[in-house]
Design a protein around this ligand. Structure first.
Ligand SMILES: [Cu+2]
Length: 271
């Protein structure tokens, strides 16, 4: 009972901290990530387990720290015992942590292999993604499935990707700015590049995040599994307009996707 006798300020502080933890945790779970809309469920599974493990230790360590502060504060004349060290305790928490980290590490490598390293299915749609301050361009191949040559010397405001007008394979390629169209249920390979600085292509709903590095082409693939409209963001601070560098991914039926591309192709021909 002696433990409960504390001035009002102490109880006030305790309530404020408890409230911050509860509201923080709740809003994190409500507003953190949009519902998964791709095949990358293994990332969510791993995240959830990580949150549970770190959550348990967070509450345990912070709770104990708070309890000891409360218990041995100067209001209460009780003295703590001095323990110079415990071999058994040291071994337990060192080994325990090492085992948890090793299991998470091995699991992480497996998830990485499954989502990123594993080759995409051969029927995957290829889309070139080009980042620049402060927009995204997406290039789709023509019905032949082959991209025309790209050459930096043709890069201009109207041709940000540098499509070579002399290459016949590129005649039917089409590109969009900030709007990415994808057919639902079809694997897609994004080949990500940058024209200027480092950007990062991020679609939270797909659990896809990949840096766009100048001078490199980095591929990533996934399957959009739900129709809808999803936010694309740049998640690498890339300059003054970084916050405006966003796009929208439209996951539509295959028929609608083909229609959209055909429409863009017609617009191109009309020019
Ligand atoms: Cu950017």
């Amino acid at each position: 009972m002696k433990l409960l006798k504390r001035p009002l300020e102490a109880w006030g502080m305790f309530l404020i901290f408890a409230l911050i933890v509860v509201i923080g945790t709740a809003s994190f779970f409500i507003k953190w990530m949009p519902p998964l809309a791709s095949n990358r469920i293994s990332i969510d599974q791993m995240m959830n387990v990580l949150f549970i493990i770190t959550g348990i230790f967070f509450v345990l360590v912070q709770g104990l720290t708070g309890y000891f502060i409360w218990k041995y504060s100067d209001q209460n004349k009780e003295r703590s015992t001095y323990i110079p060290g415990s071999y058994a305790l040291e071994v337990t928490w060192t080994l325990g942590t090492a085992i948890i980290l090793a299991v998470l590490g091995i699991w992480g490598v497996k998830v990485w292999k499954k989502t990123v390293i594993q080759a995409p299915p051969p029927n995957a749609l290829q889309v070139e993604v080009v980042a620049q301050q402060f927009s995204w361009s997406f290039l789709y191949p023509g019905p032949d499935g082959v991209f025309g040559k790209l050459n930096p010397k043709y890069i201009s405001f109207l041709n940000p990707l540098g499509i070579d007008p002399k290459d016949s394979a590129g005649k039917q390629d089409v590109w969009t700015k900030d709007d990415l169209y994808l057919p639902v249920g079809k694997p897609v390979v994004l080949r990500i590049r940058s024209l200027d600085v480092v950007h990062s292509f991020f679609v939270p709903a797909f659990r896809v995040k990949q840096d766009a590095v100048p001078g490199m082409t980095i591929s990533t693939w996934f399957i959009p599994e739900k129709k809808g409209k999803y936010e694309i963001a740049c998640s690498q601070f890339c300059g003054r307009g970084h916050y405006t560098m966003r796009g929208t991914c439209f996951v539509v039926s295959n028929v609608r996707f083909q229609k959209e591309l055909a429409h863009l192709r017609k617009e191109d021909e009309g020019e």
